[in-house]
Design a protein around this ligand. Sequence first.
Ligand code: G3P
Length: 226
Amino acid sequence: MKFFIDTADLDEIAEAKSWGCLAGVTTNPSLYMKTGGKLADFEGHMLKIAELCEGLPVSAESTATTAEGMVEEGRRLAALAPNIVVKLPVCAEALAATHQLASEDIRVNMTLVFSPTQALLAANAGARYISPFVGRFDDIAEDGIQQLANVVACLGNYDWSGKNVDDRVEVITASVRTPNHVTQAALLGADIATVPFAALKKCLAHPLTERGLAQFEADWEKVKNA
Ligand code: G3P
């Protein structure tokens, strides 16, 4: 399973990228708002992320509400850099926009997916990535991982050749809150987890690693002083 980072913060992206295991970036309007970004700077900011992560897919979300608007904004975002993926929230307008954008070889990440039927419709419309949300199910006392499992199983039953420029659909586990979400997503075969930086750091940390390292360092001091 690949790791994407779910943030629009350039410092967080740069640090995660320095680890050497980052495969992409996802953003959304809320994440951009958290950076303090202004409307006029949105496309420039997406371009900065795309340049920082050259060669890796960077999802930039359209806020248009009509199919025509999404296509127009999607074309503009995709023209910023070759690694920009247009992110659209699943709805009838976005399916139509996805179909058009896919016919122009523009990659779409369909977001706010909460059911297998939404995922199947998105893949058939031409989405390159499908983003089922996990944490928001947990927020309402439902099992987000089981919902993700259903999406992965349904999409995995079919060959998506001819539906988008890459002839494949990848599931991005989104709304990830904990390392356990990441582990469960990998166990059930999700292609990607997009993880906020705070959760990514929790994925790396382990108290036994810290304890073991402290022991090695203390013992090495003894070797040096022997
Ligand atoms: O990728 C979608 C993600 O940003 C949503 O996460 O924590 O707002 O549910 P959250």
